[in-house]
Design a protein around this ligand. Structure first.
Ligand SMILES: [Zn+2]
Length: 314
């Protein structure tokens, strides 16, 4: 995973209009899904409303495509594998319909796939009763909650519905939202409770899984060794590796080592082609700069960057 410095305010002209249309559509759909939540709560007040079925994938399809093409270089936002369009899925950073915490059944065992368990999260509802968390359906269409992903990162035995946090999982707040397009967005049937924006949720919950568009210090948490194995530097880094299963076998034994070999060969061939010994040092530096400038477009670029620094001594 790499941090991507994405700011929608950069858009102008037709792109700005298209982006605004998509984000406005998301706000309208948020209103619809929240109404549906209130309807389900009113018809069965003691049961947890299952919100997964109320969120329509058509509603975030265009934003997923937008991110895939224009922001993520057609890569999975988590593992950085190149994803074919037909295999592309949307990961809801905060799960849309059910929330759990993933853990290893037996942490002493290396084997991962049959050694994971997902524990359902409970949360305080508006009526003060703790029930199974219905999912963060009100941010299900919000671009800040959508990550284009490969199916492996998105599903079991990787992230699935897991969303560990440092504090507690939030539902609705009894304090009015102060934040941007969420300012003062209350539940119609319960005006004393307000929806929280992704920024407010982050501040309140302190999520452990790193977010490629929101965590600018991502590289301080997650690193890679010279063989392409992900290393958790902090609690957040460790949680990200566990939840996204970033050290799964195909990545560690095949995909990342191949990418590292290809990069090393490319760099050495370019250096070997340098003939003028008077300008060798400058030319070599230019090769390094050129490779670094294009690194973010490559598969597994976080692992490649760490490896490249080691082989070039930069
Ligand atoms: Zn992935």
């Amino acid at each position: 995973m790499i941090y991507i410095d994405f700011d929608p305010n950069q858009y102008a002209g037709n792109e700005k209009d298209a982006w605004e249309r998509l984000t406005q559509a998301a706000i309208n759909q948020r209103a619809e899904v929240v109404q549906e939540y209130q309807k389900r709560r009113a018809s069965a007040p003691v049961k947890k409303p299952s919100m997964s079925s109320a969120v329509k994938s058509e509603g975030y399809k265009e934003l997923k495509e937008w991110f895939y093409e224009r922001v993520f270089n057609r890569k999975c936002g988590y593992c950085e594998a190149r994803v074919k369009r037909k295999d592309l899925v949307t990961d809801h950073y905060r799960p849309k319909g059910e929330v759990s915490i993933k853990s290893l059944k037996d942490p002493s065992r290396d084997e991962h796939e049959h050694n994971v368990t997902y524990t359902t999260v409970k949360s305080m509802y508006e009526d003060g009763v703790k029930r199974t968390h219905p999912g963060y359906f009100w941010v299900a269409y919000d671009w800040r909650n959508l990550i284009p992903a490969c199916n492996t990162c998105n599903d079991k035995p990787a992230k699935y519905t897991s969303f560990p946090v440092k504090n507690t999982h939030a539902l609705f707040s009894d304090e009015e939202s102060k934040n941007g397009d969420y300012k003062g967005v209350a539940l119609e049937t319960d005006p004393k409770h307000f929806m929280l924006s992704p920024d407010e949720l982050d501040a309140l919950e302190q999520p452990l899984i790193l977010h490629p568009l929101r965590d600018s210090d991502l590289a301080d948490h997650l690193s890679f060794d010279n063989k392409g194995i992900a290393l958790g530097v902090t609690e957040r880094g460790k949680a990200t590796i566990l939840n996204l299963y970033l050290n799964r076998e195909e990545l560690v034994t095949e995909e990342r080592p191949k990418a590292l070999r290809d990069l090393k060969n490319d760099y050495h061939l370019k250096c070997l082609a340098l003939k003028n010994m008077d300008t060798y040092d400058t030319d070599r530096k230019n090769i390094i700069t050129d490779i670094l400038n294009n690194m973010h477009t490559k598969e597994y670029s976080a692992a490649l960057s760490a490896f490249f620094k080691a082989i070039t001594g930069i």
